[in-house]
Design a protein around this ligand. Structure first.
Ligand code: G3I
Length: 372
């Protein structure tokens, strides 16, 4: 029999214990972030019942990734913790580019990229390769290369096939060629086009496919959301590949976008990519807010809300394309302090779902809302 006092005590327990647990969970999950923000990194084991301790990728019906900087993957404990916990896919931000892997004509430097392979394998992450061919981030020996077209072809083929072979079975997908087109849809006059002709791009895909017939091969570019001319050019390229049986399996939309980007443009880009029938990778997502390049710009609540809304719109639109075409979404690095945007635009910015202390921003929650 329960007495009046016991019943009252039970009632109070029911009322206050959940609040206490919530506060406890909040402290437990927030404390490491607060401490790391103050310069110390401490990890607490997180109790199972703390619903606050969720991770991003578990909410997503497709792989959710980030590009990673090798220096931080080696030296920043909080960064490693966030990458490990929140994402189930990674892309090397720079470690698999030509200059990183092939610094001199007869030297391949695998150490950094292999470090990421090892991390991905130990932690069950998908590892996307970026990028076999680009007009930027080339070593001096390539920029100064003076061979004839046969020597250029041999150099291109050797690079692609040595890299793909090295990572065979470890890297399941590649951005084969990056940024072949200008924004107006014309072909960029890169060092590759100049020395090998415009159709060298098809041979890049053939060389990669020969080296690893199982690899999923992407064409990756930016600007799909603001340039219909570029979209059209990419569509024509893909059609010509299909007609000629050139192996291509996916299209990467970088999506380095501004927080003023329209719903219509986001849909146009994603729907266009989906209409190719290929896999679609939102491959380098970030949403910058400092459109006027204001020095000393602070990140306001209004900016956070508008940025979050853009993240949500991208995820929501992407989630509506056929599941078989959803290769995944990858943000371009993790926290605001890791982003390439401030140094590129010469002014501060806050483009990523985590802030400089790796606290989750509104954009983080918006990504999850995008699939609900
Ligand atoms: O590692 C050196 C460091 O030793 C040196 O002190 C420092 C001085 O500038 O440079 C460091 O290298 C920089 C590297 O990033 C690592 O931080 C390079 O200068 C810099 O050019 C390089 O920028 C990268 C850029 O691609 C060029 O490769 C960015 O991190 C990277 O985010 C950016 O990523 C590209 C994608 O690959 C393709 N799509 C666009 C995207 C943004 O530009």
């Amino acid at each position: 029999m329960i007495t009046f006092t016991e019943a009252k005590a039970n009632e109070r327990m029911k009322k206050y214990v959940p609040n206490f647990l919530l506060m406890f969970c909040f402290f437990w999950t927030a404390a490491p972030q607060m401490l790391s923000a103050s310069g110390r990194t401490i990890s607490f084991p997180v109790p199972q019942f703390c619903a606050a301790d969720t991770n991003l990728y578990q909410y997503m019906p497709f792989p959710m990734g980030a590009s990673v900087a090798i220096s931080r993957m080696k030296n920043n404990a909080r960064y490693i913790e966030v990458v490990t916990k929140e994402f189930n896919s990674i892309t090397a931000e720079n470690a698999m580019k030509f200059r990183s892997l092939h610094p001199t004509e007869n030297t391949f430097n695998w150490a950094d990229a292999d470090y990421l392979v090892d991390f991905a394998q130990k932690n069950g992450k998908q590892l996307h390769g970026h990028t076999l061919n680009w007009y930027q981030y080339l070593p001096a020996w390539v920029n100064n290369f003076s061979g004839d077209s046969i020597a250029w072809e041999n150099m291109l083929k050797t690079h692609i096939q040595t890299v793909v072979t090295h990572f065979k079975g470890k890297v399941a997908s590649w951005d084969v060629v990056n940024e072949y087109f200008n924004d107006d849809g014309t072909i960029r006059p890169s060092i590759w086009v100049k020395n090998l002709g415009a159709d060298y791009i098809a041979r890049c895909f053939q060389y990669a496919h020969e080296a690893d017939p199982d690899a999923i091969l992407f064409y990756n570019d930016y600007g799909h959301e603001y340039s219909s001319a570029k979209r059209t050019a990419i569509g024509k390229l893909i059609n010509s590949f299909k007609e000629r049986n050139i192996p291509i399996h996916g299209i990467g939309l970088q999506f380095h976008m501004t927080y003023t980007q329209s719903d219509a443009n986001i849909s146009a880009a994603i729907d266009f990519a989906a209409a190719t029938g290929l896999k679609v990778h939102i491959s380098e997502l970030d949403v910058r807010v400092n459109t006027n390049k204001v020095q000393g710009l602070a990140f306001t609540d209004a900016m956070a809300a508008q940025q979050a809304d853009r993240y949500k719109q991208v995820v929501k639109t992407y989630n509506a394309i056929p599941k078989s075409q959803q290769f995944g979404i990858t943000t371009w690095n993790v926290g605001d302090a890791d982003s390439w945007v401030p140094s590129w635009q010469g002014a501060p910015d806050y483009p990523l779902p985590f802030d400089a202390n790796y606290l989750r921003k509104s954009a983080y929650k918006a990504i999850i809302k995008g699939v609900k």
